[in-house]
Design a protein around this ligand. Structure first.
Ligand SMILES: [Zn+2]
Length: 210
């Protein structure tokens, strides 16, 4: 678990678990005795390890950037062990992908522009294209992009069911208007300080190649 404050001291309380093999990156915010995850990694991820490091009975919140199993598979362990968490996800991806969530409660992000978790505000931007219910999350000057945009101009695949390259073009175009400094993608390493440049590059590449 990497402390993101080592890269930008405004990211106090934020941590990063690098995705390996078929697991996404996981971003963690530990606030007092509570824990927030942005994405859970794949099915083999041991989220409990992080949860137990916070306190005996922390509140647990999980924002899913989209429904693909390499971002949501970590939920399986929590469900198997009967651990309760508030799960924030766009309903389009629950219908499409997250079968594990279909009969469980979740907080639908489809009509929400902002959410409040442990007293902090997070902006929600619907960015379909990689999947119908993909979202990006903004906290302060940071954007968490899931599989919509990565570093160095890479962008999410659109050849999975529910993907659309025209829709992804529109979503990335919209992201260019947002003022952010740091970019935390679902795969590959984070971008510290140059977020807008990398979003623009993704836009240039998707317009040129898709
Ligand atoms: Zn994905």
């Amino acid at each position: 678990m990497i402390n993101l404050a080592d890269f930008d001291k405004r990211l106090k309380d934020w941590y990063y678990v690098e995705g390996r093999n078929f697991s996404s990156n996981i971003y963690i915010r530990i606030k007092d005795n509570d824990i927030l995850f942005i994405d859970t990694g794949g099915p083999g991820t041991n989220l409990l390890k992080y949860i137990e490091s916070v306190s005996d009975k922390p509140r647990i919140s999980i924002i899913l950037t989209h429904g693909h199993w390499d971002h949501t598979g970590g939920l399986i362990e929590l469900y198997n062990k009967g651990i309760e968490a508030d799960i924030y996800v766009h309903r389009d991806d629950v219908e499409f992908y997250v079968s594990i969530l279909r009969d469980k409660p979740f907080i639908d992000l489809s009509n929400m522009e902002r959410i409040f978790i442990y007293g902090d505000e997070y902006k929600v931007i619907h960015t379909p294209g990689h999947t119908p219910g993909s979202i990006c999350i903004i906290w302060d000057n940071n954007i968490f992009t899931g599989d919509t945009v990565f570093r160095d101009g890479w962008f999410g695949r659109t050849d999975f069911p529910g993907g659309s390259s025209d829709t992804l073009k529109r979503s990335i175009s919209e992201l260019r208007k947002i003022n952010v400094e740091n970019l935390f993608p679902g795969h590959m390493t984070p971008v510290i300080g140059d977020a807008k440049k990398h979003i623009q590059l993704a836009y240039d590449y998707i317009m040129a190649y898709l």
